[in-house]
Design a protein around this ligand. Structure first.
Ligand SMILES: NC(=O)c1ccc[n+]([C@@H]2O[C@H](COP(=O)([O-])OP(=O)(O)OC[C@H]3O[C@@H](n4cnc5c(N)ncnc54)[C@H](O)[C@@H]3O)[C@@H](O)[C@H]2O)c1
Length: 457
């Protein structure tokens, strides 16, 4: 069904379900070739154009961009007779487009994905999945109703060493995971300046860039790349880098058992007009497991090169995009670990001396196979195979929704200044009406109507 006709009909959930499911199940491109359209040609959009272009079974069909200069540059890179759109809805109307790659800022991810699904397109959508918690459930519902394949842009999952690390954790190589530490640290003091609000550049359609976000005067820092540091469009490093780390945490350990989140910090040192914290710590309570998340924007410190570490009862596994290291815990009698400077006075514990070769609770392991470029390529390939097979891609919506939820709850806790209790089954905050209200945000007109047309909101 034509997208606009579909939306104009205002089809609610039951009506969409009643659509002939078989028409949705077909793999796009009878020839086996997949027509791909791109929405957003920025830092990551450019990467995706190159990676999809490298695939033999892909036709690059169209590009939608709100920035005219980027639209032309992207189209030139794509080559051929690629169609250029200032309005992404025209790209969704194009029957030659079977799959859409959404590489826009976060505040567009959910709505564009759902509109693309409703238009019969499969979707590769960038992380973080959502801007606010409720969007994740909407996306899952729409993708299911329309029988679409959706890959989330958490490409670390497509790296062999992340897959091996997950197997080690799931197989109990580290024992029971009792704690996870993840961080995003750097020193970008004094920040990115305070340009005044001004008229948007002639080549940028600012209203279309804002889309469902509140109407605001244009500011250079709010737009290209730096949107990440403004609450209207994103959630700072906690959703930017946190989306990757919490994705792996959910995959390897599971966030279904998330019970509470508490977070503190603020934007204390950066001297720019950004809003999200430059210092943030968050503690997540799972089932007998704590996850500790840290953001430091103004102090890199002598941190290790691993942004994510899993601690188990037998040893730990530290991982980055380059590889991982398993460090076994020594297997020694507990009494041998009691301090013993010059002996304890009478009545003190008996110190056990360890003799013989050192024993360990698990085996050491290292993997240095990680390569960022192949992670992106592998993720694109996984998506394309799933477009053909109609199988669930490696980075599925339900897991990305749990990961994004954890990040959003940390930000909510920080902004409200209190600990939040989470009911994962009902996807709501327990005993805090004010906080629960913030699980959803309004879409600005006319984009609220697109949501209603999907039977949501
Ligand atoms: N998977 C990864 O490793 C990775 C890496 C970088 C960025 N990302 C994610 O990708 C997204 C984009 O980040 P970026 O750094 O590329 O940002 P960017 O600002 O460089 O690019 C975003 C582009 O989207 C365009 N855009 C905005 N609204 C649009 C609309 N309505 N229609 C068409 N185009 C529109 C903008 O003009 C801009 O060119 C973010 O959500 C980010 O988190 C993921």
């Amino acid at each position: 069904m034509h997208r606009r006709a579909f939306l104009a009909a205002g089809l609610a959930q039951s009506a969409i379900s009643a659509l002939n499911a078989a028409s949705y199940e077909r793999a796009p491109g009878a020839s086996g070739r997949i027509g791909v359209g791109f929405i957003g040609f920025g830092l990551i959009g450019k990467r995706h154009v190159l990676d999809f272009k490298a695939q033999e079974d892909v036709d690059l069909v169209g590009l939608a961009e709100t920035h005219r200069g980027r639209l032309h540059e992207g189209a030139a890179l794509m080559g051929g007779s690629v169609k250029q759109h200032a309005d992404f809805r025209r790209l969704l109307d194009d029957h030659d487009v079977h799959a859409v790659v959404v590489s826009t800022p976060d505040h567009w991810h959910a709505l564009m994905t759902m509109m693309a699904c409703a238009a019969g397109k499969d979707v590769y959508v960038e992380k973080p999945l959502t801007l606010f918690v409720r969007e994740g459930r909407w996306m899952i519902d729409v993708a299911r109703r329309t029988h679409r394949v959706v890959q989330v842009g958490t490409q670390q999952r497509s790296a062999k060493h992340y897959q091996r690390a997950r197997e080690l954790i799931k197989d109990g190589h580290l024992g029971r995971i009792v704690s996870v530490r993840a961080e995003a640290v750097r020193n970008v003091f004094p920040g990115f300046g305070r340009p005044p609000d001004q008229g948007p550049p002639a080549e940028l359609n600012w209203d279309m860039w804002l889309g469902p976000a509140p109407k605001r005067p244009y500011n250079p820092n709010r737009a290209i790349y730096h949107f990440r540091w403004f609450w209207d469009y994103s959630g700072g490093q906690t959703t930017n880098w946190g989306a990757h780390s919490f994705d792996i945490i959910d995959w390897a350990v599971g966030l279904r058992k998330l019970r509470t989140v508490s977070s503190s910090g603020g934007r204390f040192d950066l001297q720019d007009n950004g809003e999200t914290p430059d210092l943030q710590d968050a503690l997540f309570e799972l089932d007998r497991c704590n996850v500790h998340w840290s953001v430091r924007e103004c102090s890199h410190g002598q941190t290790g090169s691993f942004p994510l570490v899993f601690y188990g009862t037998k040893g730990s596994l530290a991982i980055s995009r380059r590889g991982f290291v398993v460090t076994p815990d020594r297997d020694v009698p507990p009494d041998s670990l009691i301090p013993n400077f010059v002996g304890h006075p009478t009545g003190g514990p008996t110190i056990v001396q360890v003799r013989g070769p050192q024993r360990y609770r698990t085996k050491p392991d290292t993997d240095h196979s990680g390569n960022e470029a192949t992670q992106f390529l592998g993720h694109v390939r996984d998506f394309l195979e799933c477009v053909k097979s109609r199988q669930q891609p490696i980075a599925d919506l339900a897991s990305a929704h749990r990961a994004a939820t954890a990040c959003h709850l940390a930000n909510l806790s920080l902004r409200l200044g209190r600990k939040l209790r989470w009911n994962g089954a009902r996807e709501t905050i327990i005993g805090d009406t004010e906080a629960a209200k913030q699980l959803v945000r309004p879409y600005r007109s006319p984009w609220d109507r697109e949501l209603k047309a999907l039977g949501l909101g």
